[in-house]
Design a protein around this ligand. Structure first.
Ligand code: GPP
Ligand code: MG
Length: 286
């Protein structure tokens, strides 16, 4: 058998190659790096909850520093909410972070539950970054990151008590992804998804949603697609929470800050016009 037959190809399509290239090259991103430097937890997701309005009364470097801390606090609150829906878990449990980015949510999961976490990403840069973090945090015995495709994780069938996607499902076919999560989860295991999805009721993709897709090279799915694909793959929702109103303050603070990247108004327009929702879905593997 040749090496290429033994090692499944991680990047299978031109779309996946384009996504990997994006995350391998867009690595000078103060909106994520400056926030991560606050406590060495680096995230690739957005935030929830109200910000402290006194931040806006500050000026100059003080305002910038307080904005960074506040945006990071809201990102961490989002990850904490996701983790609330994963439990109860023990140090004996094994978890999957599908689309693990720079590792922030994986480390928070390990610190909260003591569980082993395997993160997968199709960006070699992200995998290397997150494994370096794991060593620096002293978590590398139990938190590991792999250059693998979430559609084919290589993890043992039924080995996971919980799996999550923190804003990563817009990069994959939902049927393929949920089939893989269903395969690796034990019966009774939990899948938690936080995502942005378009609103079927307003009729397809709005201009603002299209701009978000173009900005990140992603493919935002309609809300209905999530529930069809979950049902088709033995994943039964136990909680669905619309986080849209809770994420708007994050975007407003970010839009007026020195860290704005240009995509803020598209999120604010899409959320406020109702063409886009920020959803948390928790589902049981039956
Ligand atoms: C945030 O990553 C998440 C994505 C790019 C996926 C798209 C998410 C949607 C809800 C549509 P990031 O933290 O790298 O983005 P940014 O650099 O803009 O903060
Ligand atoms: Mg970010």
């Amino acid at each position: 058998m040749t090496t290429s037959q033994q090692t499944p190809t991680v990047l299978r399509t031109d779309f996946q190659k384009a996504v990997a290239a994006y995350w391998d090259t867009n690595v000078n991103d103060p909106v994520n790096l400056a926030l991560g430097e606050v406590d060495e937890l680096y995230h690739h997701h957005y935030g929830i909850g109200a910000y402290d309005p006194t931040v806006l009364g500050a000026a100059g470097p003080d305002r910038e520093q307080r904005t960074v801390r506040e945006l990071h606090r809201l990102e961490s609150a989002q990850a904490d909410l996701l983790l609330d829906h994963l439990g109860p878990l023990t140090p004996r449990d094994r978890l999957l972070d599908a689309g693990s980015g720079r590792g922030g949510t994986s480390f928070m999961a390990h610190r909260r539950y003591g569980s082993q976490v395997d993160g997968v990403s199709i960006s070699r840069y992200q995998v290397d970054f997150a494994n370096t973090q794991a060593r620096q945090h002293g978590h590398d015995q139990k938190v590991r990151f792999h250059f693998r495709n979430m559609l084919d994780t290589g993890l043992e069938t039924g080995s996971r008590q919980a799996a999550w996607t923190n804003e990563t499902t817009m990069y994959v076919d939902l049927d393929q992804a949920f089939a893989e999560f269903s395969r690796v989860l034990a019966v009774g295991g939990r899948y938690v998804c936080i995502t942005g999805c378009s609103n079927d009721l307003t009729g397809g993709r709005s201009q603002a949603v299209s701009r978000i897709d173009t900005h990140y090279t992603c493919n935002i799915h309609p809300r209905s697609a999530y529930f069809k694909a979950l049902a088709a793959n033995g994943l039964v929702p136990v909680a669905v929470t619309d986080l849209t109103a809770l994420t708007i303050p994050y975007w407003e603070l970010r839009a007026g800050s020195h860290l704005a990247t240009g995509i803020e108004e598209s999120f604010l327009t899409a959320y406020k016009e109702g063409s886009f929702h920020y959803l948390l879905i928790a589902a049981d593997r039956v």
